[in-house]
Design a protein around this ligand. Structure first.
Ligand code: PLP
Length: 347
């Protein structure tokens, strides 16, 4: 067997920052314990890298969206610490939950019935308090099916935790009245931004996701949250172009002076989206290297004027402080993380 060649792009995960972010969010959750939203392969950063760090830091409750995500997470944590937010959509989902021991989040009377029909047992229950996404309508709480559920975590989800709006308090009121009507072991309400809304929003378990991985949507959290994901890519080729020459598809960039340029192994297939055209820059040390022309599937071209010493085989970094990068690119913080491609993570 021949070794695989070293990849020309990689995603460095700052494990210390990830652990610090979880500990900060746990501390900010007051008397509640922080769990961890680990759906979508830990927001694109890689479950195999992130889960051991989160567990070592102290996380004991993990949230995924899909049943297909359970297996990868269960390689690192006990199945009964995994809550599956989409719930049992088919009888096969319910059977799978029972077989592997992951906990379904029940979102509707139909899901409650499906779970009970499969034999029932411990489940989590999502109440809709106004986001009108997944979740049991408050009007259905009195249904006899709900009384039969063995509810471990009773939860709801905030629609606007990143904003100061009366909707947050309205959802809180609705959740409080649901809590009184459904027997449960623990209550859970706040996502990352919700943690910053204060102790009324904390209950027993919080469910941070974005801020674990370096995203931050509220000023109250900014001083605690550190960058976790550091994408880097190799310069594959360099050349010198003259004034008047263009770069890339459709020749959207034309040089107004002679300049050294570098072709970098990073494209939209890796999650470096076209939004970065015109505003994007890679970095080497303190030097910024603007992206020239269109983003291709597997490469971008950068201006090496600020670091002409760079050559083929040198690594450059992609500035990825999530809140800042989001502001520059117009790409939402969540998407900046989850779009990062598989070719980076295999590195
Ligand atoms: C994704 C998700 C979270 C985490 O939210 P963040 O805003 O990323 O902190 C918490 N709860 C539910 C139900 C979710 O779907």
């Amino acid at each position: 067997m021949i070794d695989r060649p070293t990849p020309s792009l990689r995603l460095r995960i700052d494990r210390e920052a990830l652990a610090d972010n979880w500990r900060a969010l746990d501390r900010l959750s007051g008397s509640a314990e922080a769990g961890a939203a680990v759906k979508a392969d830990c927001y694109g950063l890689g479950a195999n890298t992130c889960l051991p760090v989160l567990q070592e830091a102290g996380a004991r409750q993990f949230f995924v969206a899909h049943w297909s995500e359970v297996a990868a997470v269960a390689e690192h944590v006990t199945p009964d610490s995994i809550s599956v937010l989409h719930g049992p959509v088919t009888p096969a989902d319910a059977a799978y939950a029972r077989a592997v021991g992951a906990i379904p989040t029940i979102n509707s009377l139909a899901q409650a019935k499906r779970w009970l029909d499969s034999g029932g047992g411990t489940c989590d229950l999502m109440i809709d308090t106004g986001i009108n996404r997944l979740g049991l309508s408050p009007g259905d709480i009195g249904d006899p099916l709900i009384a039969q559920l063995e509810v471990r975590i009773l939860m709801s989800h905030l629609a606007c935790a990143d904003e100061d709006t009366p909707m947050n308090a309205r959802q809180l009121d609705a959740f409080r009245s649901a809590i009184e009507r459904v027997p449960h072991r623990k209550a859970s309400f706040a996502n990352s931004a919700g943690i910053a809304l204060g102790r009324d929003y904390h209950f027993d378990v919080t469910r941070p996701g974005l801020s674990l991985y370096g995203g931050c949507q509220r000023d109250e959290l900014a001083q605690y949250i550190r960058q976790v994901a550091y994408p880097e890519a190799v310069i594959m080729q360099t050349r010198n172009i003259s004034a008047g020459e263009s770069v890339g598809y459709n020749a959207t960039f034309t040089a107004d002076r002679a300049m050294p340029i570098g072709v970098v192994s990073l494209g939209y297939a890796d999650g470096y989206l076209h939004n970065w055209r015109g505003t994007g820059a890679l970095a080497c040390g303190g030097d910024l290297l603007p992206v020239l022309g269109k983003v291709s599937m597997d490469m971008i071209v950068i201006d090496l004027s600020a670091a002409p010493q760079l050559g083929e085989g040198d690594w450059v970094s992609i500035p990825y402080c999530v809140p800042e990068a989001s502001q520059k690119s117009g790409i939402p913080q969540y998407e900046l993380l989850t779009v990062l491609g598989q070719r980076l993570k295999r590195a």
